[in-house]
Design a protein around this ligand. Structure first.
Ligand code: HCA
Ligand code: CU
Length: 468
């Protein structure tokens, strides 16, 4: 006999109570940092904090990311496999407070699908910042204070003893009152701070924190100084995890991060396309690309590398730019204009491409069908790869139609052809006019190389040439 309507209501009630218990249980047990097993490399994405300080936003009079931008960026980072997002302290402005809540809601929506992502508030060693972050529901606090002579003289003006007097009791208090919070303390400008001065402060805070940050705030570090510093810190604090943050003033942000990771630094701050204050910091996809090339496969655990290029395109569109030519995971890195190269490429792509960019999503299928593909990818693909005239609004409409149809595609039909059919036949798109003599000058290799043939030394046959 089937249960009566009333019984069903009862069952629903039980299910609701069960769901509530599960929710509160999970927020206390499952999602606590102490139950999380950190991977060999944990990216702390700071696109929404450090990255928001990029002057590139000013180029288009945009100045800041909108809340929708931030939600999309956070969602795509979580989908990519990032588990730590650094955000501004919520008391920076009412807008940041709202955005914090919106990002948190996005994070919560993705828990069932992608697991938990920790939101870290970037806070000064000041009780107001701490209180605001706690109120906003941050999972952790990324605290910082300048320890270098420059910071002590020209910024906060405190000597090391006063810094310790301010920071230690604050951290002790937070640890006592909010034991679940993930705490990090950074000695800002660490690479212009002597080891003795760093140790003087770190020794005092170590009992209360989960990680120590060593930011290269002004970009003075070199691979040699990084390796030496990481070694010294690991020797003195063998049980504590280290976090790096390398600015690109000398163009060393990638090599320094790579060196640090290889020397045993588990946490690395990165941003999408490496944007940040001045020349920015390490680009996340550039770091993964180099770890892959250097066969540090452990460090790639849990990241969706094929989403690398699509996430770069998404983010570039937020800055109203193309993926920059100096970003290794870029289409530019697969674009050949030298005639001699083109002929050799037809025979084997390995002649002028040493590395497997297709594994990082610089491939036709990933760009169109990857998990992150949205209207901006469609816009980019049609405009930059296929050379159609179109604006963003049209790209949005085409993307909607494309997404509706793509799942009904017959097995042998190509998504590219479907997109082109929609673009040409239903939206009447036309090609940009390129002078005849330049038409064959550019070759982009957008093939998918079979898995077994993707090693750096493999001959990467079967390439499909894509001439614009
Ligand atoms: C800043 C400086 C910072 C902080 C890094 C950190 C730096 O913008 O506040 O908190 O570890 O480069 O030192 O980004
Ligand atoms: Cu910085």
């Amino acid at each position: 006999m089937s249960p009566s309507f009333k019984d069903k209501g009862g069952l629903r009630g039980v299910a609701l109570v069960f769901a509530l218990i599960l929710k509160s249980w999970s927020s206390f047990i499952m999602f606590q940092f102490k139950h999380y097993q950190p991977r060999p490399l944990e990216i702390i994405d700071t696109t929404l904090r450090e990255g928001s300080q990029t002057s590139l936003l000013h180029d288009h009079y945009k100045y800041f990311f909108t809340q929708n931008d931030k939600i999309e960026i956070a969602r795509d980072l979580i989908t990519f496999g990032v588990k730590f997002l650094e955000l501004f302290a919520p008391n920076v402005s009412p807008r940041e407070r709202d955005d914090f809540a919106a990002i948190k809601a996005t994070r919560d929506e993705l828990i069932m699908q992608k697991g938990y992502t920790f939101l870290l508030a970037h806070v000064r060693c000041h009780p107001d910042d701490v209180a605001a972050a706690v109120e906003a529901g941050a999972d952790g606090l990324n605290m910082y204070m300048g320890l270098s002579t420059a910071a002590r003289t020209h910024s906060h003006g405190k000597d090391l003893a006063s810094i310790v007097q301010q920071v230690r009791p604050l951290l002790e208090d937070i640890r006592k009152n909010y034991p679940h919070l993930i705490l990090r303390f950074s000695g800002e400008d660490a690479f212009r701070t002597s080891e003795a001065d760093l140790f003087r402060v770190y020794d005092e805070v170590i009992p209360f924190v989960d990680r120590i940050g060593t930011p290269d705030t002004v970009g003075v570090a070199t691979p040699v100084s990084v390796a030496q510093r990481v070694k010294a810190l690991r020797e003195r604090y063998p049980k504590i995890d280290l976090e790096g943050h390398f600015h690109d003033d000398r163009g060393f942000s990638i090599i320094n991060a790579l060196e640090a990771v290889k020397s045993g630094m588990r946490y690395m701050d990165t941003t999408l396309l490496g944007v940040g204050d001045r020349s920015g910091i390490t680009s996340m996809t550039a770091l993964f690309y180099n770890l892959y090339i250097d066969k540090c496969y452990d460090h790639l655990e849990g990241y969706h590398l094929r989403g690398a290029y699509p996430i770069n395109v998404m983010f570039a569109s937020k800055l109203k730019k193309l993926v920059p030519s100096k970003e290794p995971v870029s289409l530019t890195n697969r674009t050949h204009t030298a005639g001699v190269h083109q002929k050799a490429l037809l025979n084997s792509t390995s002649t002028y491409e040493a590395f497997p960019l297709d594994q990082f999503g610089v491939s036709e299928s990933e760009v169109l069908l990857g998990p992150l593909s949205g209207w901006n990818i469609v816009h980019y693909f049609l405009k930059e790869i296929k050379y159609y005239n179109l604006d963003e609004a049209t790209a949005r409409q085409i993307a909607t139609v494309f997404k509706e149809r793509i799942y009904n595609l017959a097995q042998n039909d190509s998504p590219t052809q479907l997109l082109i059919d929609i673009a040409e036949n239903e939206f009447g798109l036309t090609h940009m006019i390129i002078p005849e003599r330049f038409k064959d000058n550019i070759v982009q290799v957008m093939d998918n190389v079979p898995q077994s043939d993707s090693g750096e030394n493999g001959t990467r046959q079967g390439a499909v040439m894509l001439k614009r």
